[in-house]
Structure formats: structure tokens, C-alpha cells
Design a binder for this molecule. Sequence first.
Ligand SMILES: [Zn+2]
Length: 122
Amino acid sequence: MRDLAMEQAWEGDVMDMTLRCPKCGSTHVETRDRARRFGGALGAIAGTTSGVVLAVSGAEIGLLAGPVGALLGAAAGVVIEGIVGGAAGCAAGARLGTAIDRNILHNYRCDSCGHAYGGKST
Ligand SMILES: [Zn+2]
């Protein structure tokens, strides 16, 4: 009895989670997440670049404190700003990409009939 109840609950869950093609009803639907991946990569690059630019401008300020200070400041700045900027940019880009996936692109594609459709299957 307990097993049966578990199975039913599990199946109910799957029914809610499973993506179905609105055209043919197939469950062989894949999520593409193109914009999300692209946005994340682009955001990481943009974030790292802007982080490095910030670090370089920091090094210019550091020049006033002498060449050694500039060198140390630049090295530390590039690493820290690059990592922080890259992570922040990646997160922002991925979030933006997810929004694009959901609202603009046809994020889901049916493997059975090739029908592509948006995230909001209504
Ligand atoms: Zn289909």
C-alpha cells in the first residue's frame, strides 16, 4: 500500500514536471537554453573585461604611488576584479539570457516532430 501511494505521488510529480509537445503530445522535448548559455558566456567575458579595465585604471592611479605600487596594484586588481567581474557578468548574462529564452526565443524543441515553441506552453 505504501509503495503504491509513493508511486502515485511520484507519477503526479512527473506529470507536472514533464514537458509535452503542444503539437503532438510527445514527451521527448528538449530545452535549448541558447540565450542563457550565450548570455552567461558573454556576461563572463564582458564582466572580466570591464573588471580588467577597472584594474588597469586603478594601476594608473597607483602610478602616483610609484612603479612598484602600480605593478602590485595592477596584478592584484586584474585577478580580483577579473574574477568578481566575470562571476557577476556571468550571472547577469545568464539571467538576461533566461529571460530572452522564455520570452523571445522558442526555447523548447520536440524531438518527435521538430516543433519549437516558447517556454509558456499555453
Ligand atoms: Zn511534437
